[in-house]
Every structure is written in structure tokens, then in C-alpha cells.
Design a protein around this ligand. Sequence first.
Ligand SMILES: [Zn+2]
Length: 524
Amino acid sequence: MAVLYQKYRPQKFSEIFGQNNIRITLQNEVLHNKTSHAYLFCGPRAVGKTTLARILAKTINCKNRKENEFEPCNKCEACISINSFSNLDVIEIDAASNTGVDNVRENIISLSRVISTNNKYKVFIIDEVHMLSLSAFNALLKTLEEPPTNVMFILCTTEAYKVPLTIISRCERFDFKKISVNDMVLKLETIVKSEKIEVDREVLELISLKSDGHLRDAESLLSQIMSISDKKIDIDTANLVIPYNNIEENINLLKHLSRKDAMEAIKLVNDLLTSGVNLKLFVNDLIELLRKIILSKVSISLTSNLGLDLNEKMEIKISELSSIFTINELMELSQSLMLDIKEIGSSFIPQMPVEFTIIKFCQSNSKQNFIKEEVLLKKDQKILENLKNPSEIKKVDDFKESIKSKNEELKNEVLSLEKIVDLWPEFLMKLKPHNHSLSFVMQSCQINSVSGNKICLSFRYKLHKDRLDNPEIKNIVKKILKDVYNNDLDIETLVNEDLKINSTSNSNETVDNLLKTFGGQIIN
Ligand SMILES: [Zn+2]
């Protein structure tokens, strides 16, 4: 079997999953003839930087592409030679190799001055550009300062901070992010469909989780699994190949902590150690999970923006846990664990720092809960005392009455578009625990209109529309709509390929602080 990531490497813009903003911007630049002479593609490894670079190089050289198109034809002589890496004007250099450095210094500069006769553009794709030597960067800078006509540089890097600012400032910069679990599952689904193999969705979700946003890793894991069986692959078969998954045990540990059960929590850590689990990796994964829970408590859309979404099953478990802990408890716990990580290697008993953190957390936790319970008790007493006073009882009745009449009001009210939009975040919040990936789909749709009891929603992708048209899914959505809007609403769905996907941005102080603590950035 050919290596999947080579076989299914996207050959045009529309085949790319994830990196939507970057893809759309580049498509528009091609469409309006406004491409730059230098690009910097930054971001983690295996998220599609060189793939997109090749598609860009191909489409600007495609001989069949019309003025109002942005996709390469993949049929003309230029497209075919670029696909087979034999085009003399599209030059790929791996700067991580020694020859790469020499190439830049000696060849690129002179080559870029030679005008191509066969192709419209000469394109240099320099991978891992941060590895170039200072003299190579200087040579490159000279070329970027006075760019020859019809030459394009696409510089790719996993470590943008190592690229000199003088170079960065002369490039159009794009920051690639890790591929979300949702996008990854979509891509894997298209592969198994083409390979005519039945693979449970649960397996695809697990692969996506394990590969942590790196598409190439996901594809190579999938090909290993597909080599076991050529008909149907369920989770038991897949588990033979997929490496041990810490997240289930991470969740179990948090469950013990939520019950302040230090004994069970410590037992779990020791059992894992005995069974050969790498404690450092386990704690690392736990910190990542805590970060996700904390950020989701700040804002639901934040975790999607940062590509931290997990599969549906996990999301439900996590949202249950999330409601038990306060944000401060979670932050204290992660800060302690970050210190533990450093001590695990040097401690005589490696698990001891983690055990102490568990004990500390369970003790402080019980004290806090104790205080909380006491406050609640006092509050209840106060209410009871107040209720002894007839005028207070009247007030409570008035209050109940006002809530009732508000609900009645909403029930009889003809819903306006404003009203729908207004309460949409509440709808998304209520939907998320039921079906996480669906809430993602609904987050990216647009509410077009409301007429009578029918709302019309448009989706960018047909597969999102199809998902909602599924009767079972539609029922879940209707149920929650009724809960939020107090109305039986009908749903009409449309596809609108021009739809831009927006998610609510959050830039308050808490978010900034969290990002500072954990690293990362919000990419819209
Ligand atoms: Zn072509």
C-alpha cells in the first residue's frame, strides 16, 4: 500500500482540511493577481505548510487556469511536472541539510536572476528556513530587498522566532495551527472511503486525538491500522496498534480528585507506574487536559479557536468534570504539577512529588467545600427566616409570577432574528454537552432569516448541512431550541460556499493571562 500521506496529499486548495483562513486568503490573492513575492509559513510540523506552498507554486504556473479561477488544473505540463517534482522552476530546498545552506548562498541568488522561459514564475520553497546560517540569510535578504520579477519565495519554518526580523518583515506571514480533531476526522473519513475500508468513527477520533493536530502522524497511524485488516476495523482491532492513551486515565484521576479521594488518586498513579506508563508524559498530558478545561471555562469558543477540541465522548466527560472544579482550583493544580514535572526525574521516588500534590489538593479542596457548605447553610436559614415574614412570602410569589409571565411572553411572541441571534450563545452552550461536534457545526453556521416558526440556517459545507438534516440530529437541535426559545421551531438548511466562518473572539484580561501562563495564541 502506498504511503497514505503521499497518496492523499491535497493537489488543490479545495482538498485542504483545516487552515481555512490561510487557504481563503491565498485563493483570493491568486484570483485577484495579488500574490506576494515572499511568504513565510510558520507553525507546527505536519500541518500542511509545504503542501500549501506546492499548490500555490502550481496554481500560479498552471497553463490552463483562467483569470477567474484559483485552482490549478493538475493536467497541464506545468502542473504535472510540479506534482512529480521535476519542474526546473519550482525548487524545493531543505535548509536543515548542509547542502541546503550552500544552495541558498550560492545557487538561489544567481538562479533567481535567470528568467524562466517555460514557466510564468520561478518559485523557491525553502523548508526549515530557520536553519540557514547568517551568511545564507544575508544573501537571501539581498534578494528579498530587490526581488527579481516573477520570482516567489515561500519560506517554511517550525521556529519562526529564529528567523531574522529583517527577513520576516519582507514576507507576508501566515501562522498555521494544529489541525482540529473535527477537521482531521473529516480528512480520515475521505481516505477510508476511497480505500473502501470500513473504520468505526470512534477509531478515527482516537487516531486524531493521538496525533495531536499533526495530519501526517494521523495518516501514518491510519495506514498501520489498515494494514491489520482490509475489511472492517473496530476499536478493539485498532487498540492493537494505537499507542497507550493517557487521556482516559487522566480523566479518572480528575474524578478521584473531584471527590477529594486522595487514596484512590495515589493508587491510580502507582498502578500506572507499575504497568510501565511514563509518569512524566502522563503528567504532561494531564497539564494539557487541565489547560483545556480551564480555557473552556473562560469561553467555549476559545478551545475551538485554539484547536483543542477532543472527540464527543471525551468532551461530555470533560464538561461534567469541568462543572465540579473552580477555575482557581484547576489553576493551582496545574501550577503544582508543572513544578512536579521538573522533580519527577531527579526525585529518589519519582512519583512522590505528584503524590504530595494530590494530598495537598484534596486537603485544600475539602476545606474550601466545607466553607462553601457552611455559607450555603447560613443562606438557607436566612431564607427560611425571611419566609416566616408574610410580606417576604408575597415577594417570592411575585417573583415566581414574573418569571412565569416572561416565559408566557416568549411563548406568544413572534420570534425576531435579533432575538434568535441574541440567545444563540445560550443555545450553543446547551447543545455542547449533548453533542460536541454538532455544537461546532452550529457555531460555524449563519442564521439567515426567521419567518413565523421557521429559522433558515446556511452552512459553508454540504456535509455540515447533511449532518443537521439527519432526523436524529435535527431532533436534538429542535429540543434544545425549544428549551432556549420556548417555541417549537422548524429548521430549514442551505449551503452557502461563500460563507465566512467566524467564531466569537475573546480578548479579555483573563484570557490573556491564561495564554501567558500556558503559551499559545488565539488564531481567528
Ligand atoms: Zn495546470
